[in-house]
Structure formats: structure tokens, C-alpha cells
Ligand binder design. Sequence first.
Ligand code: ZN
Length: 236
Amino acid sequence: MAPLLKNPGIHGEKILRNIYYYHIRVLENAHLINFRFVRGNPERNHFGSTRFATKEDAKEFLVETLTWPIDDDNEDGPKCPVIFLGHSVKNDLQMLQQDLGIDPRFDSNVVAIIDTQKIANEQGIRGKGQQIGLPPLIQHFGVEFRDGHTASNDAAYIIISAVQMVLKNSLPTDPTRSLQDVVNGVASDSKGTVVAFGVPRWCTECKVASHLVQPGCRKKFIKIERGMRSKSYKRP
Ligand SMILES: [Zn+2]
């Protein structure tokens, strides 16, 4: 990472291209779409290729990403130090703990937990309320909050905001290339990343891995909102 910091590219492009973007949809919940408090469409993911996996496998994958060995030949040896970043990170920590039983606060190789909301506050970047939301934060840097409230898109906007806030005074700019141009390129190229994990397709209606959900599969449509009972109804 150190050489990258010396030569981060236009708007930090080289840093953003060195990030692995993962989007994992949990098979057991993949048919559920958030719509009441926040609307999110997991089929409109722009960062990394989407993979479907069971909750158990997704948990294992996440634990593995938090515990990369420093030396690949010594898997039981010391782990890479991890900085856990989030926006309003206490909610992420709570969800990780509640749903997957993972608590990075007690993982010995997690050296820091940082929050873009707090960094924004310290830098005087304000939203409408006391605490800035992710949409106004990324828009502050001239980047569209496209299809937000979907896991990998939000994670990408968080790390992009963090890089901009922390390095903004040292990042080269180019009058012919905006940060939005850079982000569009990073998003588009990240879709080609090969991930040897889970399956690339899963029909949430037919419950098979041979295809993604298609209009003909949608005989039943289920919506859920947090804190409410899920209901299913026949589409007219
Ligand atoms: Zn189907």
C-alpha cells in the first residue's frame, strides 16, 4: 500500500483499483427486498461480481477475509492487521454480531474500527441532520449515489468517500477526468473480477442455481421490511 500512497493516481484511482469488491447474496434471504425504510435492489450491484452463497458459507468467507495470513505458506501464522471501516459503523457491527455471530471488536488482528460519519464530522462536511448520511457524503465529492442501500454499492461509496476525505489534499486531479469518471471505470472493471466462491446465479423463485430470476419465475413476490412480518401475495 505504501508505494500506492506515493502514486495514488488521478483522484486516487490506483488505490480504488487495488480494492477487492465482493457482493455476496445470502441464499436463505435472497428473495427478500428492502423497501420501507430504505429501498435497495441487489440486482443493481455495480461493484464486484455478485455471488450467491448459504449464510454459513458467507460467514466463513467473511471470517476468512478478516483473517488473511501475512504469509500465505503459513495459514496458522500471524494475520494481516485489519482496519474495519463503515458508515455509522455501530449499525454494521450490531448486524454482524446479531446475524452472523461475528464481532470484529474482539478480533485480535482488527487494529482499528473507523467511521466515515465521524471523519466527515471532523472535517466539517455536513448533511441535513446532525450526522451526515452516505448519499450526501458521496455526492459532496461529485459522485452519484447510484443504486445505494445495496451492500456492495454502499461499501464502495464508503471506501471512496474515506479515500477522498483522508487524502483529498494529496490526490492528483485531471481537468479532463472527474472522480465520477474514475468511479465509473473502477465499477465497470470490478464486475469482471473472478470470485471462486458460491455460485454466480440463483433463482430466488425456483430455488435453483441454473438461472437468475426471470419474469416467468415471479409467480410469487415477497417483500419484507425490518421489524414487520413478511407477507407474500400473488401478483395480479
Ligand atoms: Zn426461476
